[in-house]
Design a protein around this ligand. Structure first.
Ligand SMILES: [Zn+2]
Length: 120
């Protein structure tokens, strides 16, 4: 059974695996961050938020020495599953962490509920 967690991510039960719901690629164990199973792009934020104006410090953009735009992609289909802004060198954040025993009890006791197949 698959449980939809985000727009692009499911958890497969009882295997407890992150799954891309666009192409079914396994993104790793659900007791770890799905980000570890993704392709990661470390981008200069000015590629997305260009400098406006000529002031070095007040230009509506990010200083790439202080912040990076991190993008996470499914290695199977290339779907962007998440983005975050982090200081250079900062560890990836672990944004979705479940009590998997409780998660499994809740969803396995209600067969057919919240299947990603229902959302397509
Ligand atoms: Zn995919």
């Amino acid at each position: 059974m698959r449980v939809s967690v985000t727009e692009y991510l499911d958890i497969e039960l009882p295997a407890r695996r992150w799954i891309c719901n666009r192409c079914s690629t396994d993104l790793g164990p659900a007791d770890r961050s799905y980000k570890e199973g993704c392709l990661i792009a470390n981008r200069n934020p000015r590629e997305v938020h260009p400098v406006i104006g000529t002031d070095e410090h007040f230009n509506f953009s990010f200083d790439p020495e202080w912040i990076r735009l991190i993008e996470f992609y499914c290695p199977g289909c290339g779907t962007m599953v998440e983005t975050e802004y982090l200081p250079p060198g900062h560890p990836l954040t672990w944004d979705i962490q479940f009590d998997l025993d409780a998660f499994e009890r809740r969803h396995m006791s209600q067969p057919g509920r919240a299947s990603s197949e229902d959302h397509r």
